[in-house]
Design a protein around this ligand. Structure first.
Ligand code: B12
Length: 317
């Protein structure tokens, strides 16, 4: 997984990116400005290009490099204009509270700054999702329960968080794509997508092609999409009793249409699944993960190993 902040941890790359802040440059101009040797600069540029941090444009016989997107530009600028942070300097519990307060006000700017502070300190993606965003959303839920905020504010906080996830996926890109497909979605009447989005982001950063169907997907079209895209992994989220029966029905249908040519694995997660995993396992799920951390450390490594084995066997035959 790449993180622009990690790339900025290397002195030579930092010098190159600092130079590109001023505008597009070719290799000789970068060498001149940084005192780095040409092969060294070319290697770093190739690496950062593969990771979507810089882009190259041809003009006549010259290739010019620039920062790839406005998001990357903003991050690079923030690193050069703000004090350096270490993981020990940030307290995710405190940041979660600050984030939740900003999110219920619809204050995206503050939420982005909080996320960036954590990224700058090189806190991992899993920690940012699990120890900052997830507890912040739980706080939002608790405030709503005691009527400290109204439903519109809860919706606003959800919308802000979905945008923060989208922004994060812009600034992080996969190291290496293996091309296996994961399809993620929710059954009819199932509206909680933030946790599922986190799982999808994590998979994408680990080389999966992810198809995100979102909330409230009719069973028939869910199944058609599965048939059309032949995923290795189908993932559902269920957070509330109100959507549990529909999720069970979708699971049963996914099992019914699965065959030898399409032997996908079905995984489930979400607050309702955590409350009663057996209910979803008996409806057909192959596994239930309690959170992103356990999905990433317990379930995904097994699945990756199994898929790699199957792919090797298929290429031998
Ligand atoms: C935001 C929110 C909403 C938003 C969702 C917006 C959106 N875009 O997602 C809206 C406003 C739409 C909503 C609606 C409702 N909600 Co609501 N909601 C919440 C809230 C506050 C936060 C949920 C969240 O995003 N958490 C953060 C994420 C990261 O956590 P997560 O979902 O648990 O995901 C993690 C893991 O579970 C796991 N995971 C999740 N999905 C998956 C899937 C897979 C495959 C894997 C491997 C792992 C995995 O990984 C994630 C990261 O670790 C919770 C409160 C809470 N304590 O959770 C209530 C909560 C989930 N909602 C609840 C309810 C009851 C409802 C409503 C029925 C309310 C109503 N009466 O109208 C409706 C409709 C629900 C429906 N039919 O689906 C209850 C559910 C209780 C229950 N178990 O039955 C909760 C717990 C609040 C409560 N304490 O009462 N809600």
């Amino acid at each position: 997984m790449i993180n622009v902040y990690e790339e900025l941890g290397d002195t030579s790359r930092r010098q190159i990116l600092a130079e590109l802040r001023a505008g597009h440059r070719n290799v000789s101009e970068i060498c001149e400005a940084t005192d780095l040797k040409q092969p060294n600069v070319s290697n770093h540029l190739a690496r950062m290009r593969a990771r979507g941090i810089v882009r190259a444009t041809k003009s006549g016989r010259q290739v010019y490099y620039s920062l790839a997107t406005p998001e990357i530009e903003a991050i690079v600028n923030s690193v050069f204009t703000q004090p350096e942070l270490r993981a020990a300097d940030v307290h995710l519990g405190e940041l979660a509270k600050e984030y939740a307060r900003a999110a219920v006000q619809g204050d995206e700017q503050t939420c982005s700054e909080i996320m960036d502070a954590a990224f700058r300190a090189q806190v991992s993606l899993i920690e940012i999702y699990e120890d900052l965003l997830a507890p912040a959303m739980t706080m939002v839920g608790n405030w709503w329960k005691v009527e400290a905020i109204d439903e519109a504010q809860e919706h606003m906080a959800s919308a802000v968080t979905e945008r923060m996830l989208a922004r994060t996926s812009q600034i992080m890109g996969p190291m290496r794509r293996h091309g296996r497909v994961a399809l993620l979605g929710c059954a009819p009447n199932s509206w909680h997508v933030i946790g599922l989005r986190m799982i999808g982001d994590y998979l994408r950063l680990h080389g999966w092609r992810t198809l995100f169907l979102g909330a409230n997907v009719p069973v028939k079209s869910f199944i058609t999409t599965v048939r059309n895209h032949r995923p290795t992994l189908v993932l559902l989220s269920c957070a509330a009793e109100e959507s549990a029966a529909d999720t069970e029905a979708l699971l049963k249908e996914l099992v019914r249409v699965r065959d030898r040519r399409q032997p996908y694995t079905i995984g489930v997660g979400g607050a309702m699944v955590n409350q009663d995993p057996a209910r979803f396992l008996s409806a057909g799920a192959d596994f239930a993960a309690k959170d992103l951390r356990s999905f990433a450390t317990e379930h995904l490594p097994n699945m990756d190993a199994r898929s790699a084995e199957q792919e090797n066997a298929a290429s031998r035959n």
